[in-house]
Design a protein around this ligand. Structure first.
Ligand SMILES: [Zn+2]
Length: 208
């Protein structure tokens, strides 16, 4: 959670009596801090700060053009920043509820999913307020199936259904400590968030 107390005491001039809500993941704290630093003497008052459709939205009163521009840039940067940990590595905005996260934090968000669901990669969105699941494409997986099968064997999930969107992390979210062992067994260095098809392609390239 972004710490309202911290920002209120550091930038009291930005807060009036019309604050509705102030809530987002702590990964955006630094971004908020840099934004407030830029607008602190503008006379603007923060009305609401929240995550919306995966981005950081800041609504403000007495917001002239220059401030609007800064807030727009802040929102754009939030889409490149993990809301949970603040990293800018491999950050994506996706998921059943659009969230901007890095692969590691996204895997943590998926703890509530059954292990079985973690093995199946789905593109999902919400239609008529109900989640919709659809299998991602499998063209690249099929083209590299020999290597993909070996990766699944090493991961200990030979039966798993994989797609072009499947990542190593989908399988190791419950046991991240195996990453090094997996890399050694495959002969290529595997990172969290790597796509299975990319790992398969580099194995092919190395002639493994
Ligand atoms: Zn993260």
């Amino acid at each position: 959670m972004a710490t309202l107390d911290h920002f209120k005491s550091k930038y009291p001039q930005l807060f009036g009596d019309r604050l509705i809500s102030f809530e987002c993941g702590k990964g955006w704290n630094d971004l908020i801090e840099r934004t407030f630093e830029k607008i602190k003497d503008s006379g603007t008052k923060i009305v609401q700060l929240k995550e919306k459709f995966g981005g950081l939205r800041i609504y403000a009163d007495n917001c002239h053009e220059k401030v609007s521009e800064i807030l727009k840039n802040t929102e754009a940067e939030s889409f490149k920043t993990c809301e949970s940990c603040g990293t800018k590595e491999k950050v994506k905005t996706e998921g059943r509820w659009l969230k901007t996260l890095c692969p590691t934090c996204r895997a943590k968000e998926h703890w509530w999913l059954e292990e079985e669901e973690l093995r199946i990669d789905v593109i999902n969105w919400v239609k008529d307020k109900k989640p919709v699941f659809e299998l991602a494409p499998q063209e690249k997986v099929n083209a590299l199936d020999k290597y993909v099968d070996r990766i699944l064997e090493v991961l200990g999930h030979p039966e798993a259904l994989v797609t072009d969107e499947s990542t190593i992390w989908d399988f190791l979210a419950l046991e991240p400590e195996r990453l090094k062992e997996i890399s050694e067994k495959l002969g290529v260095k595997v990172e969290t968030g790597d796509y299975l098809i990319d790992v398969a392609a580099s194995m092919k390239l190395k002639g493994l």
